[in-house]
Design a binder for this molecule. Structure first.
Ligand code: AMP
Length: 422
């Protein structure tokens, strides 16, 4: 029979605790670190469904974006309704805020979960990937911009990210953005026949997106194109400079007037954090202000700013070690005294939060269990056999310090032995 395999671009994450370099381990550690940062900044969690009405993304992300044009996982359900696996979470969060009429006008939310895009898989690009993100809802341009960049710097610091550049730009308000789009369109029209098929489509639907082209010829043409800086108000330019000055001691920040970001809903500040350690897919987070999205989705006027972080890419850059905990492998040599052994394991976990007690559940010889304990980098094995039960004792065998001898210890003394072990 043919084996059933996972789908292209979708990976299983199976953690291997004993390998500090393990990718899945690093992803889960990164998620924990991000959650801590979100909570420290005073954000609340929001969890929306993976499936949404297909129209949600057409009306938000926009049908000039690659995401909506060719990357959506959309299906008809049993009722012939067109539904989509979310490619990103901002639209769902705003849909939820509008639909639930959540009390109050301001919210700070964080989320974490899988997203789906039918992209060509390559290093750092999957069809199912995980994003964490925040949405700051109800705050007009100003201090929210500072908070979001401050959070990116905190993420870089907490995860000890070495080579990061935060690129920032300002797209102006709806009117400025439209004026600039028009100027770009007028400039690019005469070159239209020299553009490749994708850029021609972009020019037709949203000229801004031509700026993101990977085509070298297009980039050459763009050298003399109008730049958004010339359309921005003094306040917008001042804001970019202020952000750069405020955080430049802590993080590398560059103003990049060609940064536009792929989604249609952005206005105001846009940003992306990149690292050349990632290769071709070098952005590990991105976001911006999206003041018109709520109205676009039928809600009230609600100024918002947010960002999404690619967990897989961030964890490749992260340089934090696993939390230092001491692993103890508990070996029980007869099912007759499992109950007693479990009580000891339970007590050990409660007296010291720095130790991990892994009770070996499998059958097998002492030798094979000790081998397993060593392989998982346990610092001690606790062994309970028939003889120990008769004498109300256990054996403690150090596994890392080579010359240390095993000791036999009275059961009543175990707690004080492990209480202060770190
Ligand atoms: P976006 O929603 O496109 O702005 O993406 C935000 C972040 O999500 C990016 O900076 C990437 O780190 C990550 N990301 C986007 N698409 C993928 C993908 N197909 N595979 C892995 N990570 C992705």
């Amino acid at each position: 029979m043919d084996k059933i395999q996972s789908l292209k671009g979708m990976i299983d994450l199976i953690a291997n605790r004993s390998d500090p370099e393990d990718f899945a381990e690093s992803i889960f550690r990164t998620e924990d670190a991000l959650k801590n940062i979100f909570i420290n900044f005073g954000y609340s969690e929001i969890r929306t469904p993976a499936l949404e009405d297909a129209d949600l993304f057409k009306r938000s992300v926009g049908d000039s974006s690659d995401i909506v044009n060719k990357e959506l996982y959309s299906f008809l359900d049993k009722n012939e309704k067109k539904i989509t696996l979310r490619p990103e979470n901002t639209a769902s969060v705003i849909r939820s805020v509008i639909e639930k009429k959540i009390d109050g006008n301001t919210h700070k939310f964080w989320y974490l979960g899988p997203m789906w895009r039918y992209e060509r898989p390559q290093k750092g690009r999957y069809r199912q990937f995980n994003q964490a993100g925040i949405e700051i809802i109800g705050y007009p341009e100003g201090v929210a911009e500072l908070e979001i960049i401050s959070m990116i710097c905190s993420i870089n610091n907490a995860l000890n990210i070495k080579k990061s550049v935060i690129k920032i730009n300002h797209l102006g308000n709806k009117i400025t953005k439209a004026k600039y789009c028009n100027a770009l369109l007028e400039y690019l029209k005469p070159f239209s026949s020299q553009l490749d098929e994708l850029d021609q489509k972009r020019l037709e639907k949203n000229p801004l997106r031509v700026l993101e082209s990977q085509n070298q010829n297009t980039q050459k043409i763009l050298k003399d194109a109008p730049i958004i800086k010339d359309f921005l108000s003094d306040e917008s330019i001042k804001m970019l400079k202020m952000i750069k000055n405020t955080f430049s001691k802590d993080c590398k920040i560059e103003i990049d007037y060609s940064l536009v970001r792929g989604l249609d809903y952005y206005t105001g500040l846009v940003f992306e954090a990149i690292s050349d350690e990632l290769g071709a897919q070098d952005a590990y987070l991105g976001g911006g202000r999206y003041d018109n999205l709520s109205e676009q989705l039928g809600g009230k006027n609600l100024p918002c700013i947010g960002m999404a972080i690619g967990i897989e890419r961030l964890s490749l850059l992260s340089n934090v070690d696993a939390e230092d905990k001491t692993l103890i492998s508990f070996i029980i040599l007869s099912s007759n005294f499992e109950e007693k052994a479990y009580k000891i394991a339970h007590d050990l976990r409660t007296i010291n939060s720095k130790i991990v007690v892994d009770v070996q559940l499998s059958e097998g010889s002492l030798k094979s269990k000790l081998r397993k304990a060593s392989k998982s980098n346990a610092k001690f094995a606790i062994i309970m056999g028939e003889e120990e039960i008769q004498t109300n004792s256990i054996i403690i065998k150090p596994l890392i310090e080579k010359n240390s001898e095993q000791t036999v210890m009275d059961i009543n003394e175990i707690s004080s032995f492990f209480k202060d072990i770190t």
